[in-house]
Structures are given as C-alpha cells and as structure tokens.
Design a protein around this ligand. Sequence first.
Ligand code: SF4
Length: 463
Amino acid sequence: MTTNAPAKFKPYTRQTISNARQWDWLAPDLQEAVQVVSHVLPFRTNEYVLDQLIDWNNIPDDPIYRLVFPHRDMLAPNDYARLRELVLGNANPAALAALVRKLRLQMNPHPAGQMTHNVPHLEGVPLRGLQHKYQETVLFFPSAGQTCHAYCTFCFRWPQFVGMDDLKFDARESTGLAAYLKTQPHMTDVLITGGDPLVMNTRSLEAIIEPLLAPELAHIQNIRIGTKSVAYWPQRFVSDRDADDLLRLFERVVAAGENMAIMGHYNHAVELRQEIAQQAVKRIVGTGATLRMQGPLIRHINEDPKSWAELWQTGVRLGAIPYYMFVERDTGPHDYFQLPLVRAHEIFQAAYQMVSGLARTVRGPSMSAFPGKVVIDGVVTIGGEKVFALQFLQARNPDWVRRPFYARFDAQATWLDELKPAFGQDKFFFEEAGGSRSEHGHGHALAGERKVIQLVTAGSRAA
Ligand code: SF4
C-alpha cells in the first residue's frame, strides 16, 4: 500500500497535544486559545489529521485547522478573558468548573429537542440511547461509539463528549433496540450513530448489526452508520487490524438482502484528496454498501463552492452519492460558524451549478430543525414580496413533507426560528397544524443574545 499515513491510530487531546511535533509551529496565542477554549468545547485530533489534512503553511486559516482546533473567537471576548484568567491563573477548580458549565449552557447544548422529544418508550419505560423522530427511522447511540477519531469544533453532539448528556447506555441494551423494532413494523431504517460508531471494533459492531438481520425484523431494510471515519481515519476501512472484518460485515448485510448505508461526513474537498481516503471509498462501495456524502456548511471552513463541487465530483467518480449540505446547527459556537441562510443558498446553488447531473443527488442547504429537515429552495419575488421558498424534506408529521411554503426574506436570518411567514400570515402551515419552529417556541431559550464575531485572520492578527 503506497501511503504515508500512520498505521496506528494516535489521538491528541488538550493534555497531549504539546507532544505533537506541529505544536511548536503554533504561535503562543494560538496555543493559549487551544488550552483555554478546550475547557469548554471538546478537543481531540489525531496524527493523520495533523500530518495529512492540515496545511501548516496556512495557519490559522486552514479549513481543517479551523475544523478541529479551538479558537479564542469561539467564545465572546469577555467570556474568553474570564476563562483565561481561571485556566492560566490556577484558580480553584470549583470556580473554573462553574464558569465552564455556565458557558456551555449558553451554547444551546440540546438543539432540536433531541433530549426531550425523541426518546421512545417500550412498555412505558424510556429507552435510553435511542431516538425516534421520524416515523421510519430510529437512531441508536451505542455507548462505545460516543467518541470520534477527532472532534469538530462546530459539533452539535458536543455535550456528549464533555459528559453533559446521558445518552449513553450499556451494551446489553442493544437487545432493547431489537425489542423496540419488533413493535414498530412500519419502521424501515436504523441509523447507528454517535459520536462515531466506527471507533468501535468490528466485533462490537457485529453484536449490534447481526440481530437486525433476524427474520422477525424483515421490515428493517436499511441499516445506516453515520461516520466521519471516512475523513478523519480512513484507515478504518483499509489498514486497521479489523478493517477487512468490517468489510465482510458490510457484505453480510448486503447478502442478507438489506441496504448497508454508510452516511459519510465530509466537510472539505481536502478530506478526499488523500489516496487512503479514496481507497476507503472504493473498498466500502466494493462490498455492495452505499456511501452517501453529507456535511454542514460552516463559515471559516467550507464557504467556497469550488470545494463542495470538487468533493461531490470526486465522490461520484469513486462511487459515492452526494446527499446533504446542512445548515450549521444552532448550538455550540454557532455565532462563530453561522452563515445567513441567503448566503448558504448562494453557496449551494453555485456548487450545484458546477457539477454534472450525477452529483445533483445532493440536497440543501437543509436545516435539521425541531419540526423536521427544511430545505431552502431559493429566493423569489411573488406578488411583489421577496420571500424564501422552503419545503420539508423530512418532518415529524409526514403530511408536511414536500409542501412548499414561504417565509419573508430576511438577509440576516440564520435558522428557521428567525423566519416569519410571508404574505401577511401569522403562522407557517405546520404551526397551524400544532407544530413549532423550535423546541422552545420561537426563540433560543438558552442561546443568549446573537452577535457576530469577526474572523481573526493571519493578516489581521499581524496588523
Ligand atoms: S465527527 Fe460528527 S459527532 Fe464527531 S465531533 Fe465531528 S460532527 Fe461531532
């Protein structure tokens, strides 16, 4: 195999990052930001990301550096200053813990009602580690899959990595998954997700997946795995000790007549320029599994339509299927990463126009909001009023799916709950049907005041 990628997975965290040879290449203020901000937001990277994906001649603007390394701009200036004082000043641990908790709670840790509204029950007992939001799909969070090969700074699952969420559950509860599915004959899809379930070894994955192939669960047609390993650790499919076993597992699912669907999270074209990442795609699709490409649009990281076009085109050439461009969720350092919806639509459209019909399987920009997945189809003027044309691609109520609806144009809006119905209406049609735009009604109960934080580039820092 001709690759320089390390054969063994080697992670780095706040405690160990100073051992990486690249650490000394960072200016002291960037090092400080990593040490300070990583008390609030989780930080983890690995040798492959450091060696192969980050361009160290382009720090701090390199997109993958922005993707995995915490920056001071991810916190409001006052918050950063107070935190810095406590971290560097060796203040008492209780004061530090209290501030960290406060800052985390300001970041809307549970967007789209994921902790309260989607937990299914079996015989009246809530099933921890499961979510059931859409009628045909259940999400399963295996306890051993609740970390990732590296952490994305924008991640909406970040509370799990810092111990705020109690989504975890022990392995024997995977029997709870099968038992629940038996009671749901209309259900067709299981999404195994995390974190990243592919941090688990193949034997543990088999223990989850094999029972889903049982004859009494014949209604389960699609077994999906959500993973970022395709980008952060493609060795998982190529050179890890049990990589071949993993591919054999995919083949068994396909041989059983089911669709093994890998939902690959990609953020930037650079992630698929590596030879080993391309090998991983070919090996996955070579098993008969499908690989769909999805990821959020994030300011400072992937605003360039050309990057999206290259990513989708390369993926199609290798056998993957472009699937979703998401709007960044309203959680974590959202002020740092968010883009106005109108800009998100422009970027999607520009990228879409650059690719052939084979890559136009992609949909977006899509908001995974409380009532469902809402895509921005465009900006149009109807009867003299400038509006956003929207529709549900997925919804809590299946009747809402693919019904066009309209919102007043708002050049600043970044999320569904900031939009107002067009044409003088008080409510969107789904609100009249009892739905809501957000878990908390029409506002971010926990998000605090909105602010725009300017990007600190290498140039402006020098100035
Ligand atoms: S890989 Fe996915 S779950 Fe893991 S940190 Fe990134 S966005 Fe979050």
